[in-house]
Design a protein. Structure first.
Length: 297
């Protein structure tokens, strides 16, 4: 049902592609307006998420949905709330003409060349004649983000350290499983591997108070079965990544647990069960990786 996270090796962290990806991730000069980096919507203080309900892109526009965490995200089967990006490299490459603000990828590549990135691309992709490319931009960012893994007390518990969780957290784990939460939130990430309708028991907005009803994957696929369907969020570091859901409509973890019980399970959980589940979810908080910061100049 659950599996522990594996810490990346030093070789993976210092790999030339990951090193290049780290530089790109933190360099605001690489955006069209020179003021927005990938990191701008994924703050270290927010455990790589964004405490704002919506982020601001390089065109000065608000993003359509709440920014999700970067930590551990590359282990998901797809990215973004509707899974419309198949991989980290696809997401990064798509961001060139998305959040990074360029009219086309050629303009983005010209900016990278002007900033002097060409030697770093050649070092990272030495076997390619045209190393500075949109595809390699995506690959480099994916390589860096794959190293952003955050083992937590729960992983130590899974490996046999019984006292890694408090008695209340253990009770929360049992409640989490018994209530049915683990039906979707399982695996190493406790989620992130499947899609589910948000609002199986009742309309989600009746509990979240959402200002706008978002039809989810339906807006991408046009398939009736995809209406209100979103990728199940992973729960790693969830205690640090408020606000919650695709629109950031719920401010607290306690509130999010109550919403999920109501709209997904059709249940109203007792206060002590909610408190226990929240305590368990806090055991999924790992440390911010030391290399989740701009590289030294």
């Amino acid at each position: 049902m659950f599996a522990p996270l594996e810490t990346p090796s030093a070789e993976q962290i210092t790999d030339p592609q990951a090193t290049l990806g780290r530089a790109l991730f933190w360099d605001a000069r690489t955006s069209a307006n020179g003021r927005i980096a990938c990191a701008s919507c994924h703050d270290p203080g927010d455990w790589s998420a964004d405490r704002r309900r919506q982020s601001t892109d390089a065109k000065g526009k608000l993003t359509a949905r709440h920014s999700q965490p970067i930590f551990n995200a590359m282990m998901q089967t797809s990215l973004r709330w509707t899974g419309d990006r198949a991989s980290g490299s696809a997401q990064a490459e798509g961001s060139m003409t998305g959040s990074m603000g360029y009219a086309d990828k050629a303009a983005a590549l010209a900016k990278l060349k002007a900033l002097g990135y060409e030697p770093a691309f050649r070092a990272a992709f030495a076997d390619q004649a045209e190393a500075l490319s949109a595809a390699n931009y995506g690959r480099a960012l994916q390589a860096y983000q794959r190293t952003l893994v955050t083992p937590a007390p729960f992983d130590r518990y899974l490996r046999g350290q019984d006292d890694a969780l408090s008695p209340l957290q253990k009770r929360g784990l049992r409640t989490f499983v018994a209530a049915g939460c683990a039906g979707c939130h399982s695996g190493a990430l406790l989620g992130g591997q499947q899609f589910q309708k948000f609002g199986l028991a009742k309309d989600y907005w009746s509990e979240t108070g959402s200002e706008r009803v978002d039809e989810g994957r339906f807006l991408t696929t046009g398939a009736a079965d995809d209406k209100y369907v979103f990728r199940v969020a992973m729960l790693r570091n969830v205690a640090k990544t408020a606000p919650y859901f695709h629109d950031g409509s719920v401010a607290t973890l306690d509130g999010a647990v109550r919403v999920m019980a109501s709209v997904q399970l059709g249940r109203t959980l007792p206060d002590d069960d909610v408190a226990a589940i929240v305590a368990f979810l806090e055991s999924l908080t790992g440390d911010v990786p030391a290399h989740y910061a701009a590289p030294a100049q």
